[in-house]
Design a protein. Structure first.
Length: 189
């Protein structure tokens, strides 16, 4: 195959694997590049890029550890997050415990009716108050999800595998206009 060498090229490979100076456009014989190996109809793990293999493997491990058998991003994400809609539905149906870990001055602005109030600063001495029944998930909520996601990691290290955090937090709860009460108020009243 004949290829043209551009005038701006300083060196070009020859068919013998050596380099020769190219000062003007002229044909240079070069070996044809090898044909790519055809991809099989189904990609096997050995045929995937190593970074893709790693992401698939880590995603599968994380899903298995969090008890998620399929990718249902509206419910529980790989990192332990749940959507605000899911959290509210599970909490109001009595299938989950909602723990507001904001500080008392933040609680004064309003809390979800019936939520357990456990400020993050008091968590160490009140750890025994966190339910341990794995059949009833514990959902941590803070203002935006930064503290609740960090608290989730700490609780997981202490064996609380059934704890999740709420993506969006109470700021999104309030933005949506969902019910909020002052601390100590009874739900519905």
């Amino acid at each position: 195959m004949t290829r043209w060498v551009a005038a701006h090229a300083l060196l070009s490979p020859t068919s013998f694997g050596m380099y020769r100076r190219a000062s003007a456009p002229y044909p240079v014989e070069q070996p044809d590049p090898p044909e790519p190996e055809p991809m099989p109809m189904t990609a096997t793990p050995s045929r995937l890029h190593p970074s893709r293999q790693r992401r698939i493997l880590l995603g599968g491990i994380a899903a298995a550890l969090s008890g998620v058998a399929h990718a249902d991003h509206d419910r529980v994400a790989v990192d332990g997050a749940v959507s605000l809609d899911y959290a509210r539905a599970e909490f109001e149906a009595g299938r989950a415990v909602l723990i507001d870990i904001r500080e008392p001055d933040e609680h004064a602005t309003g809390v979800a009716p019936g939520a357990m109030l456990l400020p993050m600063r008091q968590l160490g001495r009140r750890l025994a108050e966190i339910p341990t029944d794995p059949s009833r998930p514990v959902l941590l909520i803070c203002r935006t999800q930064n503290r609740s996601s960090a608290t989730l990691r700490a609780l997981r290290e202490h064996g609380y595998g059934h704890v999740r955090y709420v993506h969006g937090g109470m700021s999104e709860w309030a933005r949506r206009g969902w019910p909020m009460v002052k601390p100590g108020a009874k739900p519905g009243g």
